[in-house]
Design a protein around this ligand. Structure first.
Ligand SMILES: Cc1cc2nc3c(=O)[nH]c(=O)nc-3n(C[C@H](O)[C@H](O)[C@H](O)COP(=O)(O)OP(=O)(O)OC[C@H]3O[C@@H](n4cnc5c(N)ncnc54)[C@H](O)[C@@H]3O)c2cc1C
Length: 333
């Protein structure tokens, strides 16, 4: 194997692959990072950055995530068909930062912007994501991994020492390793999510709006990352074919109009995706010289991921804090 070649091939340039590449480069380990998409992805996707992730970005010297990320807006929940008497709630506990917990609240940042920030940090190490480059197969031995990559229909054999499969939930690395991905797919939790530009009479951009319920409802989160009239939307409706809705701009506009009781002007549908809740995990995170990371290794329901992790994290820290206080009281004269 040519020793000047990068020691690690990172497959996939979503958040997990970009963070893996940056971490290795900062530790003096050369990396090659590829993504099969020809262009950087658009879409806010999962925008909630939990406090622990903010801490990790701080350690990685990526301050922009905390600086540019926005606090979660107050949620205004409306009954379907009305813009009157909303219930207001906060998704985050009322905590102050402390020296021990400086990053105490989650921030909102779309993955599109997060990816741009992380790519800029990779550039400092003269590392660029090779777009339109797909991992097709690989074989490993005690000495290294031989991979087959495809770009513009041309195959390349690339030898490396280690591979990190950050190629998402449907990626080939996990499958090729024969790892299990046990768990469940919740057919009853379906939604259409996306980024949209619209204006609605009476929609206040300082609030996150929720109309109806998870069975039939709409979430509209204002986000300037999409535009001054930009929102991330989530449509849920157990009674309609959401696959059909996700494929039609007209149906998306119609559905939103039916769920928001005010005059809405649609400017642009920027990105859309259909989502089914998946809760799955691998039986192990590596086999020989090949690792899996991010969604390739574990996926969860959006309602059970960030918030759950955040609540548990805060809960365990508060419990630890209370324990320390109790101990201090016991030892003080
Ligand atoms: C509705 C919803 C809400 C969510 N909300 C949140 C949230 O608030 N906070 C949060 O932290 N997470 C959230 N998530 C989860 C979050 O979006 C994912 O965990 C995250 O995108 C996973 O990142 P990743 O880098 O592992 O994979 P991905 O982002 O899926 O990236 C994988 C990359 O690998 C590339 N690839 C695939 N196969 C190959 C190949 N063979 N060769 C080369 N490249 C390949 C793909 O093109 C892709 O770019 C949410 C998810 C959903 C669906």
């Amino acid at each position: 194997m040519n020793s000047t070649r990068p020691h690690v091939l990172v497959v996939g340039a979503g958040p997990a692959g970009l963070v893996a590449a940056l971490t290795l480069l900062q530790n003096g380990i050369p990396v090659r990072i590829i993504d099969k998409d020809p262009n950087p992805r658009i879409g806010q996707r999962g925008p909630g950055i939990a406090p622990r992730s903010l801490e990790l970005f701080n350690f990685l010297d990526v301050p922009e995530v905390n600086e540019l990320g926005k606090p979660m807006p107050i949620v205004r929940s409306f009954k379907l068909g009305t813009l009157e008497s909303p219930k207001e709630s906060s998704m985050v506990p009322d905590l102050e930062p402390t020296p021990a917990i400086p990053f105490h609240i989650p921030k909102m940042m779309g993955q599109q912007l997060l990816d741009v920030i992380l790519r800029r940090h990779l550039e400092k190490f003269s590392c660029a994501v090779e777009m339109g480059t797909e991992l097709r197969s690989f074989e490993q031995s005690d000495e290294g991994v031989t991979t087959v990559l495809a770009k513009n229909g041309i195959l390349e054999t690339f030898d490396t020492k280690w591979v990190i499969g950050a190629d998402g939930a449907k990626g080939i690395v996990r499958k090729h390793l024969g790892l299990t991905f046990l768990g469940e797919t919740r057919e009853d939790v379906r939604m259409v999510m996306g980024d949209i530009r619209l204006r609605g009479v009476g929609l206040d951009r300082t609030y996150w709006h929720r109309f109806g319920t998870m069975k039939r409802g709409l979430s509209l989160r204002p986000t300037d990352e999409v535009g001054e009239d930009g929102w991330q939307f989530i449509i849920s409706d157990n009674d309609v074919d959401l696959t059909k809705v996700a494929q039609s701009e007209e149906l998306i506009f119609e559905t939103i109009t039916s769920l928001v009781p005010t005059e809405v002007t649609f400017n642009k549908l920027v990105w859309v995706s259909e989502y089914r809740a998946n809760i799955r995990m691998v039986n192990k995170f590596s086999e020989g010289r090949v690792f899996v990371a991010g969604d390739a290794a574990h996926v969860h329901s959006p309602t059970g991921g960030t918030q759950f992790k955040y609540t548990r994290c805060c809960q365990s820290r508060l419990e630890a804090c209370a324990r320390r206080k109790r101990t201090r009281r016991q030892v003080s004269p």
